[in-house]
Every structure is written in C-alpha cells, then in structure tokens.
Ligand binder design. Structure first.
Ligand code: NAD
Length: 303
C-alpha cells in the first residue's frame, strides 16, 4: 500500500468477536488500512448461547467487496483449542500474526443476589479466559518475531462498577490487570498491550441505552483508536483508554497523599482520626508501577 502511515499494510490482524458490533467495525477499518484480517466469531447470541458461521462470513464478504483481504473463523475464544484454531487461521491464510484484538464478549446481567454460578462462569470464560487463551496462543509467535500489537477490551463497568454487572465488571477489571502485566512482559519483544473501555451501540447495549443516545454511539467511533493502538510506531504500552462517540481519554489511578504514621502508631483510633486526610484527594498523585507504589508506602519509614 503506497500510503501506509500506520504500518498496517501486509500485517495480519486477528479480531475476535468480529461478526457484529465493535469487532465488525474494527475488522473493516483494519482491512481498509491494508491489513489482512481474520474475522473470528462464534456466531451465537449476546448471552453466549448458540453458534453459527453467518456472522463472520458476512463481515468477510463485506471486507472482500470493498477490496480487502479477510478470512472467517468460527471458533470459540473460550477454549484453548478454539484459540489455537483462531491463530492457526491467521497462519494458514496469511503466514503470520501481528495484531490481536480481543473483543469477543457476552453479557449475563443480573443483580448479585440473583447471579448464578453459571452466569458468573460463562462471563469469565468468554472475557477473561477467552482473552487469556487467544493471547497465550499468539504470544510465542509475537515474541519470536519481536513484533506484536495487542488490544484488550475492558469496560467502564469494570472501572467504576455497574449495578447488575458483578460478573462482567469483575471480568473486565481482570483484563486491565492482565493487560498491564503483559505490557511489562512483552515490552522488550516490541509487543505493546493496551486496553480500551469502549461505549457503542450494539446488540449488547440496544436494550440498556435510550435510542437518542445510541444514535451518537456508533461503533465506527471506537475503531480508529483500536487501529491506532495497533500501528507500528505506537508509543504507549499498558495504558487504558475510554472511547466512544468521538471522545477518547486515558485513564489513570490516583493515590491520595493520605497519612503516613509510624508502623507502631497505627490503630483503629488513629485511622479514624486521620480519615478526612486519608480521603482528601487534593495532593493526590498518579502512580505508574508496583515499584512506585511500594516506595510511596515505605517512604516515611526508610532511612
Ligand atoms: N458496546 C458497548 O458499549 C461496550 C461497552 C463496554 C465494553 N464492550 C465490550 O466490547 C466488546 C464487543 O461488544 P459489542 O458491544 O460489539 O457486542 P456484540 O455482541 O455485538 O459483539 C460481541 C461479539 O462477540 C462474539 N462472541 C461471543 N462469544 C464468543 C466466543 N466465545 N468466541 C468468539 N466470539 C464470541 C459475538 O458473537 C459477537 O459478535 C465486548 O467485549 C464487550 O464486552 C462493549
């Protein structure tokens, strides 16, 4: 491709859950930028039931009709065999894998009191294990070729919590931890792992969000960030972005200045007395690593 400012031409991008919603618009945009795309989708319903080949096939047809390269894969991300099959599709069709967008997802919303173990387990199986299995299957190849761009899909529900989504928010927050650790482990192999918390109209959100708001939340507004995070020259790793309706922002953890007592002085009474100061965010700081966090915790009692 002559005009390829993002280094995507000839790269192979695997997008899980790309038969509809956000995955579909990611896949189409990657193809438009010259990437070969594996359109994975199990083809079931939004609650994780059922399967079929139609969803992935129709996105592949759409990409091909626009002059792009794509193949379909119908495996489930939720098993190691499925994930191996997804990566194999990339190798068989295009000889390599460079980009993995873990996007497949389902919902089983219920208040915690009504949540069944099955609702909990299936949401973890698709989001957490699915992301783990697919990334694990791609990882040795990315390491070996010293190149990889990986995107995880979290949610505001994980960052902030959301009524009726205990399973989903726990799974999505788990992905943020996994993404941050893999960013550290992949750094020296030129693998970048970043996470998005998107907001978009899809079959997942159509019954939850009023129509006049859904109108503004086109999935096409999320995909440019995803494609950019997978570009050759991307200069961030282990970051989390909220994205939707054209808004894109980076998320950070803030630690209040708090209090630092001598270890032999802390007691329930001392915590109670300092409560206002502990919760005061006036001079809070962004901390970027476990090292920084450890130093901040120990600063007042080290020589
Ligand atoms: N739409 C939003 O506002 C929003 C908000 C936060 C997070 N997300 C996340 O974005 C991702 C995409 O969601 P969406 O809104 O496009 O919903 P969607 O239901 O349209 O897309 C999810 C896709 O994943 C596929 N899928 C489900 N289980 C699978 C499996 N085991 N293996 C392979 N494919 C499977 C589905 O068939 C579907 O096409 C999900 O991870 C979702 O949790 C979406």
């Amino acid at each position: 491709m002559e005009n390829d400012p993002f280094g995507l031409s000839g790269r192979t991008a695997v997008i899980t859950g790309a038969g509809g919603g956000l995955g579909r618009t990611h896949a189409i945009l990657f193809a438009k930028h010259g990437a070969n795309v594996v359109v994975n989708d199990l083809g079931g319903k939004f609650d994780g039931s059922g399967k079929g080949s139609e969803m992935a096939d129709s996105v592949v047809a759409e990409i091909k009709a626009a002059g792009g390269n794509a193949v379909a894969n119908y495996d489930s991300v939720a098993t190691a065999e499925g994930a191996a099959g997804i990566v194999k599709s990339a190798i068989d069709a295009f000889g390599r894998i460079d980009i993995l967008v873990n996007n497949a997802g389902i919902l089983r919303d219920k208040s915690f009191v009504n949540m069944t173990d099955e609702d909990w387990d299936i949401v973890f199986a698709v989001h957490v294990k699915g992301t783990y299995y697919c990334t694990k299957a791609a990882w040795p190849l990315l390491r070996e070729q010293k190149y990889g761009r990986v995107v995880f899909t979290a949610s505001a529900s994980g960052i902030y919590g959301n009524f009726g989504q205990s399973n989903y928010s726990a799974a999505k927050m788990g992905l943020i931890g996994l993404g941050q650790t893999l960013a550290l482990e992949g750094e020296k192999y030129n693998i970048r792992v970043n996470t998005i918390a998107p907001m978009a109209a899809s079959r997942m959100t159509e019954s939850l969000v009023p129509p006049h708001i859904l109108e503004k939340l086109k999935p096409e507004c999320v995909s440019p960030l995803v494609v950019y995070l997978c570009s050759e020259a991307i200069d961030v790793n282990g970051e989390v972005y909220e994205v939707g309706a054209g808004a894109v922002s980076r998320i950070e953890w803030l630690r209040s200045k708090g209090v630092a007592m001598r270890p032999d002085q802390i007691s329930v009474e001392a915590v109670a007395a300092a409560w206002k100061q502990i919760n005061d965010m006036t001079d809070s700081k962004i901390l970027r690593s476990v090292g920084e966090s450890t130093r901040a915790t120990l600063a007042h009692c080290m020589g």
